[in-house]
Design a protein around this ligand. Sequence first.
Ligand SMILES: Cc1cc2nc3c(=O)[nH]c(=O)nc-3n(C[C@H](O)[C@H](O)[C@H](O)COP(=O)(O)O)c2cc1C
Length: 204
Amino acid sequence: MATRTAKAVPAAGQGAKRAKDDGKRAKDEGKRARNAELGRLLSSLPCPQALLCVRSGDVTDVAAVTAMWVSYDPVIVAVYLHPGMRTHKLVNQGRHFTINVVDEAQNAKALLAGSIKGDDPDKLEKLALRLEPSESVASPRVAGSAANYECRVLKVAACGDHDLFLGLVTGWNVRKGGKPVVRWGGASRAVGAALEGPVVKYPH
Ligand SMILES: Cc1cc2nc3c(=O)[nH]c(=O)nc-3n(C[C@H](O)[C@H](O)[C@H](O)COP(=O)(O)O)c2cc1C
């Protein structure tokens, strides 16, 4: 009697476990398919590729980001940071950062910066980037970038799964001969040739 009961219970338990595993697998597959679709959609919007550098107290960190401009006068740029990132925490604390437009020669290091989390104590050594003082904020610039923007945090807004940081640009440098990198189609790319067309200035 005791043996029959012992056999029946695990059999029923195994069925329930299998159904639960199948449900989880289907849910994971659905999530993967949606992420792939969203990845295809968002990677069709070309974005400048940059290195965000931040110093808060005596802690410095660098992360790969994509960025865009928002206002000409005053100059305001936008970055969107995932709440789990250490740079997110440091920018929130320090209220300033620099955006350093990645030059073609820096691309490998920029991609490395986009794959090493801030909790790795050797991150900055592994990146071996040269940081130099900014003119208007305590966060350093990344030397050799195509352009540097020194920013003070103007606004932070929760936006979906990232937070939007608007940076008021208080100092800048554009390197002559710089070759900016753009992120598009899931890859880092050089900027292409100018296209034919009428000369139209913007802002008007
Ligand atoms: C090309 C590229 C662009 C990225 N853009 C962003 C971004 O815009 N926002 C973001 O939160 N993470 C972005 N990341 C991921 C971060 O750079 C990455 O998570 C980094 O390790 C975070 O470092 P931290 O923990 O020191 O802040 C990007 C990564 C790559 C490779």
